[in-house]
Design a protein around this ligand. Structure first.
Ligand code: AMP
Ligand code: MG
Length: 400
């Protein structure tokens, strides 16, 4: 059986192979948080655009600052001012952070390192040439790359784009991810279930997980466990950029997702991965789209989305799939799990210098409430049956 790493690689390679011509849109930077940029952003001028003082102090000739020397202050420059006066030997100009270094000066003496009496400034230490100055073009010279196509725009990338004059960004269109739950027992989460029915929580978690990736969930509701209903709704789902189903992929008599996908000529890439929860997870390509059949147990659905659907959506978004971020932590208590599978257990991690992780009591992969109290998944590799308290383990942290 495939390891989860092998399965992820298959998701990445097969989804990449399906990519067609990407569609883009132009949006304001203020609306672009989390989106993937579809253009290269280059510096419109040198950065900094001038030799910039990064301290409040005096623009000086470094050679004038030897111990015992005094310099005469002949002017003042604040941020935004145009320097008009040059610094000649034995003189200095008072300068503020962000102002341009005047001609003749080659360093800034911090105001804290001076005594002043009238126009006379006495340095209490020497500065070296270039000190407290960021020279023109040293961050980036005009025309050079600031953001590469395919970069996801976080606050710092947005600021970089804004700095170089990109007010509208060309970004990749959000991929539309169809979400379809299955099961005769499943009712909409807004309605009251009968005694043996359950509310559709999977569509809610899946839509939220899609949104954390800045993609657009398309909610198709729930399909009954019949060929006809599944066929109709899968057909609609295949109009989106990807289709994510939950439920109906185990070995039960009414687990019909795979048979119905076969009717659509799906090519199955895998239909089992050596993990728990989530072992019967299905990945197929169908009509040029990636299709995922996630096991219906809610924690399995959430975990398999993060492991396998996430990289596919990242690729469909125009980004590089992010590597799984595995942290190390010391486990608070011993555990015993079935070997041969990688286990992903809801757990709580306390961050700090020596992160500690504790598994949560749970009733297995249907236990949504335990999952809602977890802030990470504790990873137990397939070659381990027993983990002792105090051992180092891997942890997959979770955001929202
Ligand atoms: P299945 O994978 O269809 O065999 O479902 C496994 C378990 O997950 C069953 O207990 C289902 O009732 C439950 N389940 C399936 N779909 C959903 C859903 N959309 N929301 C909440 N639980 C579900
Ligand atoms: Mg089912």
């Amino acid at each position: 059986m495939l390891s989860y790493q092998q399965a992820r690689e298959l998701v990445v390679s097969r989804t990449t192979a399906l990519l067609g011509k990407a569609q883009t849109e132009s949006i304001s930077l203020l609306n672009a948080l989390g989106r993937v940029i579809a253009q290269e952003v280059v510096a419109d001028r040198d950065y900094p655009p001038f030799d910039r003082s990064i301290r409040d102090g005096y623009a000086v000739r470094a050679s004038d600052t030897h111990p015992g020397a005094t310099v005469r202050c002949i002017g003042e420059l604040k941020a935004g001012d145009t320097p008009t006066v040059s610094v000649r030997p034995g003189t200095c100009i008072q300068i503020m952070t962000g102002a341009a270094l005047p001609a003749g000066a080659d360093a800034v003496l911090m105001v804290e390192h001076t005594q002043r009496s009238g126009d006379t400034v006495t340095p209490d230490r020497a500065v070296s040439p270039g000190q407290h100055v960021v020279s023109r073009g040293s961050e980036k010279s005009a025309g050079k790359n600031v953001l590469t196509k395919g970069t996801r725009l976080g606050f710092a990338q947005l600021a970089a784009a804004a700095q170089v004059g990109t007010s509208q960004a060309t970004v990749f269109r959000k991929p539309r991810i169809a979400i379809l739950s299955t099961g005769d027992e499943v009712v909409d989460f807004t309605s009251t279930p009968g005694p043996f029915q359950i509310r559709n929580s999977n569509s809610v978690s899946l839509a939220a997980q899609v949104k954390t990736l800045h993609a657009e969930p398309i909610l198709l509701g729930n399909a009954k466990d019949t060929h006809a209903d599944l066929r109709a709704k899968i057909s609609t789902g295949l109009e989106s950029d990807a289709l994510v189903l939950s439920g109906g992929v185990s070995a039960g008599k009414y687990d019909l997702v795979e048979p119905v996908l076969r009717e659509f000529d799906a090519e199955f890439i895998f239909d089992a991965v050596a993990i728990r929860p989530g072992k019967p997870v299905v990945f197929a390509t169908c009509k040029g789209k990636p299709v995922f059949g996630l096991p219906g147990n809610p924690v399995s659905t959430m975990v398999t989305f993060d492991l396998f659907v996430r990289p596919a959506i990242e690729i469909l978004s125009g980004a590089e799939p992010a590597a799984l971020l595995l942290l190390e932590a010391v486990v608070a208590e011993g555990m015993q799990e079935k070997p041969g599978l990688t286990h992903f257990l809801p757990a709580t991690i306390e961050y700090g210098e020596h992160p500690r992780v504790a598994p949560l009591r749970w009733q297995g992969s249907g236990d949504i409430i335990a999952m809602s109290r977890a802030n990470c998944l504790l990873v137990i590799p397939p070659d381990r049956e027993t983990i002792n308290a105090g051992e180092r383990v891997h942890v997959l942290p979770r955001g929202l």
